[in-house]
Design a protein around this ligand. Structure first.
Ligand code: DX5
Ligand code: ZN
Length: 217
């Protein structure tokens, strides 16, 4: 079954804990926490303190997406805040393999994210190491954007790389996931969809989860 990770960026941040619990009750698989530093991306969101607070009130596993420069410097804080998966951008560190291994040494799964224009070749020499690939289907920085069509083919090619590796690597896509785009992403081989505005904007989150997972036929 396709996993769904809800992006809390689209929630009402005045009641983060409640908003997380609402999605947990609806049946999401992960809470996707978008950490933005205002340098790598032109926006600032929240840090480890907020994530730790959510983790205190909510059992759903945390899928932490670090959109920050020099992620190795902050990985331990996010591991201690309760991350189950910690994803760094390939564009953010010259020491990608070291970052992946460091995250795993903290007892956390390691993902690598690629911006829409970053080639999949960046992953070639870390395929033995990573637990997850995150294909950005929009340029990172903001929720509520439209999916960039070329990223669907990119997702399919990432799925092929995973098949060839013979490893059990999660394939997550992030940005513009909606009823109109989810089927193409699932067919391309995505195993985990991030959805922010689609879920928080839906009158019935459980129903939207079924649509995104393709269970409504
Ligand atoms: C973008 C973030 C996404 C975003 C997804 O920088 O990484 O996780 O919040 O939001 P929607 O689903 O609204 O496109
Ligand atoms: Zn994200």
């Amino acid at each position: 079954m396709t996993k769904i990770s809800v992006s809390m960026l689209a929630s009402d941040s005045s009641k983060f804990g409640e908003e997380a619990l609402r999605m947990q009750r609806a049946g999401v698989d992960f809470l996707h926490m978008d950490v933005m530093d205002g340098c790598f991306v032109p926006n600032i969101s929240f840090g480890a303190g907020v994530i730790k607070a959510v983790h205190k009130v909510c059992d759903a596993p945390l899928d932490v997406h670090l959109m920050v420069n020099d992620p190795i410097r902050y990985a331990q804080d996010f591991a201690e805040a309760g991350a189950s998966i910690l994803t760094v951008h390939a564009e953010c560190t010259p020491h990608l393999q070291r970052a992946v291994k460091f995250i795993q040494s903290l007892g956390v799964k390691a993902g690598v994210a690629l911006n829409p224009a970053t080639p999949l070749e960046e992953l070639k020499w870390v395929m033995d190491d990573i637990d997850m690939i995150l294909i950005m289907t929009v340029n990172p920085g903001f929720g509520g954007q439209k999916l960039i069509p070329a990223t669907i083919e990119k997702t399919a090619q990432a799925a092929e790389m995973i098949r060839r590796s013979g490893r059990d690597i999660e394939l997550e896509v992030d940005g513009g996931v909606a009823p109109a785009t989810c089927a193409a992403l699932r067919e391309a081989g995505a195993t985990m969809l991030v959805a922010g505005s689609a879920l928080y904007g839906a009158p019935d989150a459980a129903e939207m989860l079924r649509i995104l997972r393709g269970e409504n036929k």
